[in-house]
Design a binder for this molecule. Structure first.
Ligand code: URA
Length: 184
């Protein structure tokens, strides 16, 4: 099966998933979107209200900031693959529970295997701790990390920059490092 078809199959499974109780409260699962051969993959925390309503990742305020940051390094939303650790919205946007991550993480692992991105950008503490282990964000941000044949890049979640404007500049600098590494 080609990458596009494999990804479509995974996304259909996600849309029908009942592996954790979040399926009872979600309106739509949010598999993620972007090219099946993307060089860059962005991993957030979990869908919020707008994503739950539309079934699309990062379409709320955090998403707008993510797009601004991408535009700042000459990329469009459509150039990259965007998803999150959880594919269903936790009630009131609470932090994902361990059992929810355990139920969901294989979907992300399968997406990574199909897309085979050059760099996986981990947005914020939930993505970082669940993919590569606990890090202090103040030390982690702007750093690349190699593990099991994959290259990760760590930065803040856009929601943090919406809450605390100083993180916006820090994220812009981090994204510049990403651009320098990708050399496009
Ligand atoms: N925040 C996330 O982490 N993921 C989304 O899809 C939207 C907001």
């Amino acid at each position: 099966m080609c990458a596009k078809a494999s990804l479509k199959k995974i996304h259909q499974e996600i849309q029908n998933c009942t592996k954790c109780p979040l399926h009872k409260t979600r309106k739509n699962a949010v598999p993620g979107e972007g090219p099946s051969d993307a060089d860059l993959m962005f991993v957030g925390e979990a869908p919020g209200a707008e994503e739950d309503k539309t079934g699309r990742p990062f379409v709320g305020r955090s998403g707008q900031l993510l797009i601004d940051l991408l535009n700042g390094i000459g990329l469009d939303r459509d150039d990259v693959f965007i998803t999150s650790i959880l594919k269903s919205r936790p009630p009131n946007n609470r932090t994902p529970h361990k059992d929810e991550v355990e139920a969901c993480i294989s979907y992300l692992e399968r997406q990574i295997a199909v897309i085979n991105p050059r760099i996986i950008v981990l947005l914020g503490g939930v993505a970082i701790s669940n993919m590569i282990g606990p890090w202090k964000l103040s030390e982690a941000h702007g750093r690349f990390y190699e593990a099991e044949g994959r290259t990760y890049f760590m930065t803040y979640h856009p929601a943090a920059a919406l809450r605390f404007p100083k993180y916006r500049d820090i994220m812009s600098e981090d994204f510049q490092k990403l651009k320098d590494e990708l050399d496009f």
